[in-house]
Ligand binder design. Sequence first.
Ligand code: WTA
Length: 661
Amino acid sequence: MSTIESVLVENRVFVPSEAMVRNARISGMDAYHALCAEAEKDYEAFWARLARENLVWTKPFGRILDESNAPFYRWFDDGELNASANCLDKHMGTPVEHKTAVVFEADDGTVTKTSYRELLSRVGQFANALKAQGICKGDRVLIYMPMTLEGVIAMQACARIGATHSVVFGGFSAKALQERIIDAGAVAVITANYQMRGGKELPLKAIVDEGLAMGGCDSVRAVFVYQRTQSACNMVSGRDRTFSEALAGQSVECAPVAVGAEHPLFILYTSGSTGKPKGVQHSTAGYLLWAKLTMDWTFDLKPEDIFWCTADIGWITGHSYVAYGPLAAGATQIMFEGVPTFPNAGRFWQMIERHQCTIFYTAPTAIRSLIKAAEGDAKVHPDRYNLKSLRILGSVGEPINPEAWMWYYRNVGGERCPIVDTFWQTETGGHMMTPLPGATPLVPGSCTLPLPGIMAGVVDEAGHDLANGVGGILVIKRPWPSMIRTIWNDPQRFKQSYFPPEMGGKLYLAGDGAVRSADRGYFRITGRIDDVLNVSGHRLGTMEIESALVSHTKLVAEAAVVGRPDELTGEAVCAFVVLKGARPEGDAARAMAKELRDWVAKEIGPIAKPKDIRFAENLPKTRSGKIMRRLLRSIAKGEAVTQDTSTLENPAILEQLGQAY
Ligand code: WTA
């Protein structure tokens, strides 16, 4: 890819069609600016209006924003509501009641449609099953489920009774699961015997058993097991029950429990730059408001749309744009259990055609891998499928390179569909910056402008605003309703990580760098400014992987982990390892690299496996003993080393560090 071409592509602007503008909910840039002006003029009144119009309250709120204990902001906090009632009950007696809520396509292609009315019954019945085990408001429930409707039902059922869920992605290990169960103090685990992915049956319950057996999980009283496949799994009597056992005899009617607006709807663990993953705590009202409203604004949702977000419910995107947003907005959505490459890499295109999908939302990594597949095999090229139903495309999770953007725009969107490149984070609850399909002129690779009410800026290290064209730190200047409330069990870390006192303590620090374009003021995300990696849109902490490596105390003396650019996955994990024994070479090094990769998979999960492992006799350090990470990054990239290496004890290690296994 030549740089000159990238620059040319980036400078092009794609203006929304007249028809798109005319019919849009936010129609044209004037409408966008009018909403921004409303927020500027009276910030609290703006959010109060939206919260009244978009949520159903069992007790209306009087207070809007409480900043008395900043940065622990509270929104609408004397109001009461239930999240599940806002996703399901509110549609009863409206045309949405008998509309399809979820079109579920299983790994093997089997399709099941569930209406809003049926979904409400299934959620109510499962909520009663939870209650029968004594689970109630304020309890934490860990969910470790496949990407099936039952996962959404489990989340909604927790919300219905006021239990706080914590979903753990099915690719995390037993150890990761155990750590999250302990940190959250979960009283129950909801899981499945197996999950189906790409034609393979993979265990889930066995991993739960292993995690619970690691100790410290005495808080867990009950385990619910969805039988996804016919295969048997171990069941512990008294503790474990299948879904059918749990649901037997339970009524489908379950009154939703009203909770305060600030009641924690969920905790979702994500990686930070230091220490263990942090439990990002979200509220009920503020979170749900934004999940619903961004469905309307960013995706310009219409009653007849067929929405498809490909994210797993184990990630924030699957929370906001599968489990909550589409239901709160009354949409019909597609939910897919499998992987984009099974039975072949045309699966996404085939499903768009089959289900007449109109809004398609996926990650750049998926797009890049499908480009590669389509270039190698014409049969899986999107032009072999009828994708005319599409009207809006979306991208999420990592920067989309202009080349991938153009391919997506041309080959999937037929040059007709705007691409909403949505920048946001686990901590922000919903979209922060994104184009609006019926308003914003698009620039490939740019997430363009903040949504109305989101006060984004680019500042220097002291928190001062920077001019357009100058790269700096991305911040949000005012609290917004769907923001993270705290880190579960660690309010001090919340303050330190997101509202650093060095920057005045009032700016929300996203952890990303950004630059605004000189002409339009459009934001472009330049990547993380901390030690967080983004591999295939999955967030990983370098420290987390380092700790996993050095916890192999028999073998590993020291380890350093950095990211390097990767064409397919965006970034790749590169580990530099000093072993306790002699530095291995050749086959011995390859065998050792495999052992360490498997170790990391066991400690964290397969998604964290280092792509490169390099062995050295020692690591490059400064005189004060700090690992020279910048130098390691250059080496990982295969760049010429320009840093000063005169402090290295043994210059020969530079050559050792260059050898990847
Ligand atoms: C990155 C995923 C560029 C960013 C929703 C952020 C993006 C991190 C974009 C959050 C985008 C997400 N353009 N970068 N459109 N979207 N990111 O918490 O570095 O899994 O901080 O949330 O992904 O990842 P998380």
